[in-house]
Design a protein around this ligand. Structure first.
Ligand SMILES: Cc1cc2nc3c(=O)[nH]c(=O)nc-3n(C[C@H](O)[C@H](O)[C@H](O)COP(=O)(O)OP(=O)(O)OC[C@H]3O[C@@H](n4cnc5c(N)ncnc54)[C@H](O)[C@@H]3O)c2cc1C
Length: 461
């Protein structure tokens, strides 16, 4: 990459991508005294953030304390490392754990973001404490719209339908970027620091085939803008990529509605059976990795079986509320009727549900290793939702340091290039089994703040 001349204009900090990572980076840069320019390829704010449940992890928050939850950065760090079986970057894990609560408290105080502990998401799937925070009753789309309102209130310009297509460097410094506008025109813009917040590469089939071929048969249920463009452009500059085979799959995408069954349906005691009515996995073990056991079942289809009690506990979660409004759940007083409605084998369905009910009565552990010591399995009246497995988002990307600076092949950081969220390496290990619930948005929000602050500082150097 050579030095570019003739920039049409220059900005101190340019932020590419306007999902959670880009928006939080913009607010952080502003907080540090620099007004950034944000660009976004789409014509409306959204990204993966807009498709998400809008929940992220933070450890040691005021909201947790108010609910008597003892948590801190060390416990969070240990959970990340354990879930990834030690196969992740401890520097990034430490940065996320240390900065999660301060980031949430700053956004609440400085930008009036209504994020608090989500009590419906109990400690599970590797989070040893109840630590998922969000805007209760609201979705990821609400989250991204609100972040954009805050940017607008603060006077941050967001250029929509503007795509980062190239980066210009001089020595170890980024000096500007090439942007493609809606009409195809290319504009060269100078910048003193650059934040890459363009999400991951789940929508780029050539990249997923290359880095995670085992996902080839999975439907993709993430944002179309996750084309990996920032990752590809930065790699050309000599940036290091890491954990490119890492991703979150999900086993509970409803068919045909395409809406996620929220994890609390399983956490509260729901189970999954295949199209014949048989259970096949411990539904409490791995929220992301469970996609593969499901994909291995006949036609890759399953039924999430739950009941009226679980429905009542989860009814306010936007995704379940949407499914109920669509009359998507099959409802039956007894298992025989449920088997008819789901076209499962009545004997096998009765055996599967009867087995967990018997094991739970004895507070035991079932044949798949799921403990029923403190969980209540479904009992009539029953509900069932048809599900399939999908790839939601990727977790590998640009190797960064603990300050969200992008690293080069020799391990040193670019002086003024930052990345976060889906564009950066996360802490989910090398594959599909290391995803701790809500790490996607945790890396977007927390690294967004570190990147925005760092970019503001670097722009003054
Ligand atoms: C269905 C679903 C549910 C999820 N639920 C959760 C959850 O509850 N909790 C959680 O933690 N994670 C969840 N995730 C993951 C989470 O949504 C992502 O990890 C997170 O939103 C990533 O944020 P981001 O800002 O990096 O990316 P995005 O939100 O995708 O934002 C990136 C933006 O960059 C834009 N862009 C891309 N390329 C360019 C370019 N070249 N130039 C300019 N702009 C560009 C895109 O259009 C996009 O708007 C979910 C994901 C999905 C798909």
């Amino acid at each position: 990459m050579s030095e570019a001349e003739g920039f049409e204009f220059s900005v101190p900090v340019l932020i590419a991508g306007a999902g959670a990572c880009g928006a939080v980076a913009a607010l952080a840069a502003l907080n540090a005294g620099v007004t950034p320019l944000v660009i976004e390829r789409d014509d409306r704010p959204g990204g993966s953030t807009g498709m998400s449940q809008g929940l992220f992890c933070a450890a040691g928050t005021q909201s947790q304390r108010e609910h008597g939850i003892e948590d801190n950065a060390d416990i969070f760090f240990a959970d990340i490392i354990e879930k990834a079986k030690g196969q992740t970057d401890p520097v990034i894990a430490r940065a996320l754990a240390d900065h999660s609560a301060p980031t949430l408290e700053w956004l609440r105080a400085a930008h009036d973001l209504p994020w608090e502990l989500d009590l419906r998401f109990r400690a599970s799937y590797g989070n040893s404490r109840q630590r998922l925070h969000g805007w209760p009753g609201h979705s990821g789309d609400d989250m991204v719209q609100l972040l954009h309102r805050r940017m607008s209130d603060a006077g941050v310009d967001v250029l929509m339908e503007t795509r980062l297509v190239d980066i210009y460097v001089q020595g170890d410094r980024i000096i500007g970027v090439a942007l493609e506008r809606a009409d195809g025109a290319i504009e060269k813009v100078g910048c003193d620091a650059l934040v890459l917040a363009c999400g991951g590469f789940g929508a780029n089939r050539a990249m997923t085939d290359r880095y995670m071929p085992e996902t080839a048969t999975l439907k993709y249920n993430g944002h179309e803008g996750s084309q990996g463009e920032a990752i590809v452009v930065a790699e050309r500059l000599g940036a290091v990529l890491a954990d490119m085979g890492s991703y979150q799959g999900y086993a509970m995408l409803t068919d045909p509605q395409g809406i996620s069954v929220p994890p609390p349906v399983l956490i509260e005691g729901g189970i999954i059976v295949n199209k014949l009515g048989n259970r096949f996995t411990d539904e409490s073990a791995d929220i992301a990795g469970m996609v593969h056991p499901l994909a291995g079942q006949p036609d890759g289809l399953g039924w999430v079986i739950y009941d009226a009690r679980i429905e009542e506990r989860c009814a306010q979660i936007p995704e379940l509320a949407q499914l109920m409004a669509l009359n998507a759940p099959k409802i039956a007083e007894d298992l025989e009727t449920l088997a008819k409605l789901t076209s499962t084998d009545p004997a096998q369905l009765a055996a599967a549900v009867g087995d967990v009910q018997r094991v739970a009565a004895a507070k035991g552990t079932d044949a798949f290793g799921r403990s029923w010591a403190s969980e209540t399995p479904p009992s009539g009246p029953y509900r069932a939702l048809k599900v399939t497995g999908a790839l939601y988002h990727t977790q590998g990307g640009l190797q960064i340091d603990g300050a969200a600076r992008v690293l080069r092949q020799d391990g040193t950081p670019f002086a003024n290039l930052f990345a976060g969220g889906g564009s950066a390496r996360s802490v989910s290990g090398p594959s599909s089994w290391g995803y701790l619930p809500a790490m996607g948005l945790t890396t977007a929000v927390v690294l967004g703040r570190l990147a925005g602050e760092g970019a503001a500082r670097a722009s003054a150097d």
